[in-house]
Design a protein around this ligand. Structure first.
Ligand code: HMG
Ligand code: MG
Length: 299
């Protein structure tokens, strides 16, 4: 086990963050957020979600957001696509990458995407097929990897099964979602000991929410296993509308600060990130959740 020398950060604030905001954020403000993030050195930005607007009204304008953002050619701008309707809209919007999202918990699958795990995998098949014919890489999310808001404990082998299946179906990367942030370093170890028997660490990403304040220490544990892709959200934005009480993703500022201190490069510029954090603060009229942003901005 050794730490990676470089980590790729997937910024999910514009999607995972804003999907959970009660106040309406306009498409123009979302565009400003994505454009500011594009100047930070981040190479992957999840900018929206092509899901039912009845289920997640906050993401209804993702098409408009993709149309208006100023794209940096070296950045992959991605979006969630739960089904063919979502993929068609995403292709129309010119996304660089899409993501299907499954779960290791049956109850969460039903609440989140209105079908069983098996049915969801069946629905993802044509999505992955079509995306591949268009040369669009597909990421696979697995939710509830360290606990479910409806079922409680989730076995690492259930996570490993879904992860392996998504990889075999053609996803190029599997993002392990601690949707409700209940994981601990112990649980992270148990999870990775099992999952990494079935999928390579090189395709594994850590997507940890910080509900219980454990995200950074869990990421440190994942880094020890060699996980080199981390999902995070500027200012600690985030949550999941189908996981009550789930707070934000780990803050990008906190991850970058920790990586800098460990001598692991991410290519992200802290000053530009802080400027983006300040934009989010003004936009939502609340201080950043990120401790690093609060400290560095003198809050
Ligand atoms: P359904 O009701 O079973 O689907 O929803 P349906 O096919 O029966 O369609 C129902 C209606 O939705 C129809 O419209 C469709 O046209 C429309 P109507 O005829 O009633 O007017 N529809 C769509 N509209 C726009 N885009 C689409 C689309 N699909 C259907 N793609 C569905 C199934 C999956 C669509 C629904 O359950 C849904 O949208 N769920 C989204 C849930 C969601 O976005 N959750 C948050 C993201 S996941 C997450 O945050 C976890 C993650 O961060 C990792 C982690 O933290 O663990 C990724
Ligand atoms: Mg999430």
């Amino acid at each position: 086990m050794s730490f990676p020398s470089q980590v790729s950060i997937v910024e999910v604030g514009p999607r995972d963050g804003l999907q959970n905001e009660k106040q309406i954020v306009s498409a123009d403000d979302k565009v400003t957020l994505v454009n500011m993030l594009s100047k930070t050195g981040l190479k992957r930005i999840e900018a929206g979600s092509f899901v039912s607007p009845k289920w997640v009204p906050q993401m209804a304008d993702s098409g408009a957001v993709f149309e208006k953002i100023s794209r940096t050619p070296s950045i992959q701008y991605s979006a969630l696509t739960p089904n063919m309707k979502g993929l068609e809209a995403a292709l129309e919007a010119g996304v660089d990458e899409v993501a299907v999202f499954g779960a290791a918990s049956e109850s969460f699958s039903q609440k989140n995407i209105n079908c069983s795990i098996a049915e969801s995998l069946h629905r993802f098949e044509p999505v992955i097929e079509l995306a591949k014919t268009r040369n669009i890489p597909v990421r696979g999310y697995v939710s509830c990897v360290m606990g479910c808001p409806y079922e409680g404990e989730i076995s690492p082998s259930a996570v490993a099964n879904v992860s392996k299946t998504l990889l075999d179906m053609g996803c190029y990367e599997i993002s392990l979602g601690d949707t409700i942030g209940t994981g601990t370093p112990g649980a992270t170890k148990l999870l990775l000991d099992e999952v990494l028997k079935h999928i390579p660490v090189s395709v594994t990403a850590a997507h940890f929410h910080d509900t219980f304040g454990q995200a950074l220490v869990n990421l440190y544990t994942a880094l020890e296993y060699g996980v080199a892709t981390i999902d995070s959200a500027v200012s600690g934005l985030g949550g999941c509308p189908y996981a009550k009480g789930a707070s934000g993703n780990v803050a990008t500022e906190d991850v970058v600060y920790m990586l800098n201190g460990m001598g692991i490069s991410s290519g992200v510029d802290m000053q530009q990130l802080l400027a983006t954090s300040q934009f989010v603060e003004k936009l939502l009229n609340r201080p950043p959740v990120s401790k690093v942003a609060s400290a560095l901005l003198g809050k």
